[in-house]
Design a binder for this molecule. Structure first.
Ligand code: FAD
Length: 505
């Protein structure tokens, strides 16, 4: 007999990833139920405690595009075409993100979430429920229990449960009771706090709005992203003990005036003091786990599956890409196994799709998690180093002439949909060949300079050492010392490059 019940997908978490996922499942004509523990952000004025704005790039845009919500969302975005580095003495240096004018987009988290929820609510087969905290999943009986804000409990049935409930996912916890899940979690010793640079008195931006501003200070950093109201949201990332050492107003003012002197007049002392002490200090956690699914019943996506530190601006982008990847696996498996006369997909096909998604996505999620961790060092310190800047320039020049052979790492991560694991493979291969080229040019330069040096002193002295004013010993010693210096320099350079490539690998 034909199955007349619509296939029900229950999404736990109505944040960025959960609300976008609802649009994807709704396209299939399935019954989609979104449950969110917080108040509806469209009517709740209190801040969510999450970052105020985010960088949206190609992977995220591609996922939005597929369900037709990209244009409206990008209308509210501010393009950022590069980093603006603020040195201690106030000097500004612009470092473009791409050689072909590519940019990332500063986007308001609340606006983005609201837009996705509005798009979901506009569909007759999506139902959003707020103030429902998921407490328990019984996967085998397909029952999910919630505690409502008034303390009452409800249990609902679902064919497929999607865990989009963030880094501290309860769906993941529940799944761990059923699945032999590998799991690791790492807190870094750095926290963050958000501050504001308000618009100027004339209502204009206080800094160039088309950049992501960075104040790199080696062991910590501050960044700022523009908002449409002409303000900037500033995020200070620092070790925990440094936060704890700034206890009083005067500690704070002294710290800011000595560390971020050009930012003090932009923020203003009153606002700085008010926000620094009032705003919550967030922690930063990196989570890896595998597999991401349980049979045909449940799958976790977004931060629930792979919370990462925010330094590559990829957490949300990668979460959006999860949905697109999962959707592709579901389409592939359903097209093979749709039982005739049924409006529901076959459990077997769903199970196979989830299994294939889990297996294929893991290597990519591990790589972006690691890259995000690595990028903190790049943002807070490497961006000011000569070696880093030279390599960037060299890569950019090579990318310009051979765009599909040499692609800078940032371009692959932020401006392409190359799978993250493939990004790392290409990056390691590129690093290897750049190092080989570095070693060859180092040796060539040593030989060239050695020859020039020998010609300057005079080859003849070497071959005819019996010149009256120099002894043979002096001449040979000079040559050996000169050669030794060049060999040592090129050797140290090569060793450094090799070590770097091994560390990255
Ligand atoms: P969340 O946003 O955490 O949403 C989960 C939702 O589930 C929440 O609404 C929560 O209330 C709900 N929930 C939780 N438990 C339950 C339950 N038991 N029952 C019901 N509902 C529940 N990413 C980028 O791509 N670009 C950036 O520039 C960027 N910047 C960042 C800056 C900072 C400082 C931080 C901390 C993160 C940044 N990120 C960025 C990462 C990004 O914020 C996350 O990756 C993204 O929010 C993940 O979305 P999510 O929907 O998976 O999880």
């Amino acid at each position: 007999m034909a199955d007349t019940q619509p296939f029900t997908v229950l999404i736990v978490g109505g944040g960025l990833v959960g609300s976008l996922a609802s649009l994807y499942f709704a396209r299939r004509g399935w019954n989609v139920q979104v449950y969110e523990k917080r108040l509806d952000p469209r009517t709740d004025p209190t801040p969510s405690g999450r970052s105020i704005n985010l960088a949206l790039s190609v992977r995220g845009i591609s996922a939005l595009q597929e369900v037709g919500v990209d244009e409206a969302i990008l209308k509210t975005a501010i393009p950022m075409k590069g980093r603006m580095i603020h040195s201690l003495d106030g000097e500004l240096t612009s470092q473009p993100y791409g050689v072909f004018g590519e940019h990332i987009n500063s986007i308001d988290r609340k606006l983005l979430n609201e837009h996705l929820l509005n798009s979901a609510d506009a569909l007759s087969n999506v139902h959003t429920h707020f103030e429902h905290e998921m407490t328990q999943c019984d996967f085998d009986s397909k029952a999910v229990s919630f505690m409502k804000i008034d303390g009452t409990k409800v249990t609902v049935k679902a064919d497929l449960i999607i865990g989009a409930d963030g880094a501290y996912s309860r769906v993941r916890q529940q799944m761990m009771r059923k699945v032999r899940m590998d799991f690791s979690q790492e807190y870094i010793d750095h926290e963050w706090v958000e501050l504001t640079i308000p618009p100027r008195k004339d209502g204009s931006y206080a800094m160039n709005p088309n950049h992501l501003h960075i104040w790199p200070r080696q062991t910590f950093m501050m960044i700022a992203l523009p908002n449409t109201d002409k303000s900037f949201t500033v995020t200070l990332f620092m070790p925990r003990d440094k936060f704890q050492s700034v206890r009083t107003e005067s500690d704070l003012i002294r710290f800011f005036e000595s560390t971020f002197p050009d930012a003090v007049p932009l923020i203003g002392l009153d606002l700085l003091v008010g926000e620094y002490f009032k705003n919550p200090k967030g922690s930063l956690v990196s989570i890896k786990c595998s597999p991401y699914h349980y049979q045909d019943r449940c799958v976790i996506i977004g931060d629930a599956a792979h919370a990462m530190v925010p330094f590559y601006g990829q957490g949300m982008n990668c979460g959006f890409e999860d949905i697109q990847a999962l959707d592709e696996f579901i389409s592939t498996h359903l097209s093979v196994a749709a039982p005739s006369g049924s409006t529901s997909p076959s459990p077997l096909a769903i199970g196979e799709a989830l299994k294939a998604y889990s297996a294929s996505r893991h290597k990519d999620l591990v790589k972006i998690n690691d890259l995000a961790m690595h990028n903190y060092v790049e943002m807070r310190s490497d961006v000011t180093k000569v070696g880093y800047l030279l390599r960037k320039k060299l890569e950019a020049a090579l990318h310009r002439v051979a765009p599909s052979y040499v692609i800078p790492l940032y371009t692959m991560v932020s401006f392409s949909r190359i799978p993250y694991s493939e990004v790392m493979r290409r990056w390691e291969r590129q690093t290897y060949w750049l190092n080989v080229a570095g070693v060859i040019s180092g040796v060539a330069a040593s030989v060239g300079l050695g020859v020039a040096y020998a010609r300057y002193i005079g080859w003849r002295l070497f071959w005819y050492p019996a010149r009256e004013d120099k002894s043979v010993t002096t001449i040979v010693a000079t040559k050996v010392a000169g050669g030794g210096i060049w060999t040592a320099l090129s050797g140290a350079y090569s060793a450094g490059r090799w070590k770097e490539s091994f560390d990255r690998a």
